[in-house]
Design a binder for this molecule. Structure first.
Ligand code: NAD
Ligand code: WQD
Length: 342
């Protein structure tokens, strides 16, 4: 029988790709999103690409009665909880918003799952929980120490989900720690559409490439790396989306196993510097992208990349796409949709 997955935040950048991948893998999907950082057009486009309309309900994860109504309307087998706020700088300026949406929103959702006997959750966590790492690559047991309220909310929800799952018969959950998601679906129809000033490297370069921004500021070239710029583990959003399908397959296939909450890194295991990313982007676009070196950005770590072994062993998941492909797919989306979904 077809299983039905609730994707909170399913209209967002990662959520729309996860929804698409779930639909093409034979799942039914209910998207629940308040559209505070996304557009319903992403869901329309996912429907068009897959010929299989996901259900869409506009609502807030902090709204218990809206969640009750959803769980009464649909028979949900598992939840992927992507909804949340994700801007590091905003979380420093307005931590109250982050504790409210990310933490209170998650407990409201988990309580609604209790009321409706839904026992499987996948949670969108982040490599940001590792803070300033001491050794590389980062394994799931590397020390945690978030450097900002956003990261703190992710670590808190990890703990909450582990505690609830461990204490509740029949519950089985999974925590996915994403590294740096980039790229877009090969159709060029869905992709990252930041509202306002882009905080992250790929969307910023994409807007320089379309002429919406003058130049890329490279935040520091005095790091202890080969070319002096900071290193990250960029992962194609479609590899990430496939990781979620594997996580759901795993939880639903192992119903009888004891309740537990594995933590799994989703990264490639390969680090790329800002300058390497810029070169790959220039090759993808076929023209130079203007840049200048500026001071380091406060709160940035020098190097971060994953040990991706656990995902391979537990889920049989490995990434398929390299940096050139990430740039190519991100550029196709941006070029075809220079104003995003607007
Ligand atoms: P996004 O902003 O595109 O998606 C989040 C979605 O949640 C949006 O559609 C937004 O409208 C929705 N949302 C926000 N508050 C809500 C609320 N109160 N109720 C219902 N819906 C709400 O961001 P994304 O990049 O797709 O991130 C998805 C998840 O992955 C987030 O939890 C984020 O913290 C996590 N994550 C993202 C990254 C990244 O670099 N993009 C890295 C690690 C983890
Ligand atoms: C990557 C590299 C910058 C922009 C952030 C969040 C993290 C996670 C992913 C959600 C860094 C450099 C960037 C620019 C630059 N999100 N850079 N010029 O900082 O690794 O992680 O997004 O969980 O929580 O902190 O990603 O894309 O912002 O930066 O030189 O205009 O690019 O300094 O070295 P980051 P990023």
């Amino acid at each position: 029988m077809t299983k039905t997955i609730l994707a909170t935040g399913g209209a967002g950048y990662i959520g729309s790709h996860v929804t698409l991948e779930l639909l093409t893998s034979g799942y039914e999907v209910v998207v629940f999103d308040n559209l505070s950082n996304s557009s319903a057009k992403s869901i329309e486009r996912v429907s068009r690409i897959t010929n299989g309309a996901p259900h869409f309900i506009e609502g807030d994860v902090r709204d218990a009665s809206a969640l009750d109504h959803l769980f009464e309307t649909f028979s949900i087998d598992a939840v992927i909880h992507l909804a949340g706020l994700k801007a590091v700088g905003e979380s420093v300026a307005h931590p109250e918003r982050y504790y409210d949406v990310n933490v209170a929103g998650s407990t409201t959702l988990f309580n609604a799952m209790f009321r409706h006997n839904v026992k499987h959750a996948v949670f969108s966590s982040s490599a940001t929980v590792y803070g300033e790492p001491e050794t590389m690559p980062l394994t799931e047991s590397s020390p945690t120490g978030p450097l900002n309220p956003y990261g703190a909310t992710k670590l808190m929800v990890e703990q909450i989900l582990q505690d609830i799952t461990g204490a509740s018969p029949g519950w089985r959950s999974m925590i996915l720690r994403y590294f740096n998601p980039v790229g877009a679906h090969v159709s060029g129809e869905i992709g990252e559409d930041p509202l306002g000033f882009p905080n992250n490297l790929f969307p910023f370069i994409a807007q320089v490439a379309t002429g919406h921004r003058d130049l890329l500021q490279i935040f520091g070239d005095d790091y202890n790396t080969a070319d002096g710029t900071a290193i990250r583990d960029y992962i194609h959003v479609m590899d990430l989306a496939r990781g979620h399908v594997k996580a759901i397959d795993y939880l639903l296939a192992n119903e009888s196993k004891e309740n537990s909450t594995p933590i799994v890194n989703l990264g490639t295991g390969v680090g790329s510097s800002v300058k390497e990313v810029l070169i790959a982007w220039e090759q993808a676009c076929g023209f130079p992208i203007k840049s200048e070196i500026t001071a380091r950005r406060a709160g940035d770590v020098q190097i971060s990349y994953a040990d991706a072994q656990k995902a391979k062993e537990l889920l049989g998941w490995e990434t398929l796409y390299d940096l050139p492909r990430m740039c190519k797919d991100h550029w196709r989306w941006q070029k075809g949709n220079p104003e995003g979904y607007r």
